[in-house]
Design a protein around this ligand. Structure first.
Ligand code: ZN
Length: 347
């Protein structure tokens, strides 16, 4: 089969389109013939070696994907060959107390597909049978591959951790990113008012189409001043953060009393300062968020496709399609922050 692999850490140029053997199956595994693979920022961290601990090379990256079950292990049921499925990106032991109580994302063995084992930048991927869900009715493979990681992340951040409430105000950083475009929609789903940021007018227009109530071009205006203006100096209840550095630091100052900041990553700087006076005097909470449970993904998927409640729908946001062989160009597109929403490779 064809797959993208890298043999050394580096830039997008290390990604090679190669012939590799099809993976063999264990009794509880399924082999999925992928039709689409979604890119995530995580793929860039893995390829560049930023997260190189315990990564053995060569590796096929990719956490998100959708396709058709091509083969099933001897103990697998009730799945069958031909089922249309999307990949659940979080892998865990499946047997510990945390896995059995729907907190598999906290399992000691938890890892994301495409970081320790071969992922979805390939014609076929092997995953445990527990790691495929049916594609919601009415969605094609590209749309299905654009959902799991970012919507699971946004759901875990805003619903599970920040417990966002109707009428609250959320500041969603980076509207154009996959996770930002998901965050806007999840915050709106819970009845929040959304302020969001991006680096171009075009992206801000799209953010409004997906539900943002107010937008800030962060290249032209200081988001702290703008948030104060837009909230009559009250600040926001929730900050959805994934950028890091100064953005994290300044975001603390725009939270109102009992405000919550949730972070799922740092695409710029890892190190920053926190003015602790804001944290105690305003009763703030800071949450770290990494992925979410399988059960949470099942929950979020109910809001997609033709079976979703008609007035409470989530939409996959696809920016651009690339063929699998052009994975390097696709990752360049993401690194240059040209996208609004997800970049998907057709396979
Ligand atoms: Zn476990």
């Amino acid at each position: 089969m064809k797959a993208i692999r890298f043999h050394n850490f580096g830039g997008p140029e290390v990604l090679q389109y190669e012939d590799v053997p099809r993976p063999g199956l264990g009794a509880n595994d399924v082999l999925v013939q992928l039709k689409a693979a979604g890119l995530n920022h995580l793929d860039l961290w893995v390829r560049s070696g930023v997260r190189e601990r315990n990564i053995s090379l060569p590796l096929t990256p990719g956490s998100d994907g959708a396709g058709i079950i091509a083969e099933i292990g001897s103990a697998v049921q009730p799945l069958k060959v031909g089922d249309r499925v999307l990949i659940v990106p979080g892998l865990s032991c499946g047997a510990c107390k945390l896995c059995l109580s729907a907190r598999d994302n906290l399992c000691q063995e938890y890892r994301v597909l495409g970081t320790k084992e071969d992922g979805t930048y390939a014609e076929f991927v092997k995953v445990p049978a527990a790691n495929v869900f049916p594609i919601p009715d009415g969605l094609d493979f590209n749309q299905a591959a654009a959902i799991p990681l970012v919507f699971l992340t946004a759901w875990h951040m805003l619903n599970t951790l920040a417990k966002i409430q109707p009428g609250e105000i959320a500041l969603i950083h980076g509207a154009g990113s996959g996770v930002g475009s998901a965050g806007i929609q999840v915050a709106k789903l819970f009845g929040a008012r959304v302020i969001t940021t991006a680096n171009s007018e075009q992206k801000l227009m799209k953010a409004k189409q997906f539900g943002a109530d107010a937008v800030i071009n962060y290249l032209e205006k200081d988001f702290v001043d703008e948030v104060k203006r837009l909230t009559q100096n009250q600040g926001v209840d929730v900050v959805f953060e994934h950028i890091g550095g100064q953005i994290f630091e300044k975001s603390i100052s725009v939270l109102t009393k009992a405000g919550r900041l949730v972070t799922c990553g740092a695409t710029t700087e890892y190190l920053t300062q926190i003015d602790i006076r804001y944290v105690y005097s305003r009763n703030l909470s800071i949450f770290g968020s990494w992925m979410g449970s399988k059960q949470e993904l099942a929950e979020v998927l109910k809001f997609f496709g033709t079976n979703a409640p008609h007035n409470r729908k989530l939409l996959p946001v696809i920016d651009k399609l690339f063929p699998l062989a052009e994975a390097g160009q696709a990752q360049h597109w993401m690194e240059d922050r040209k996208n609004f929403g997800k970049i998907v490779m057709e396979i």
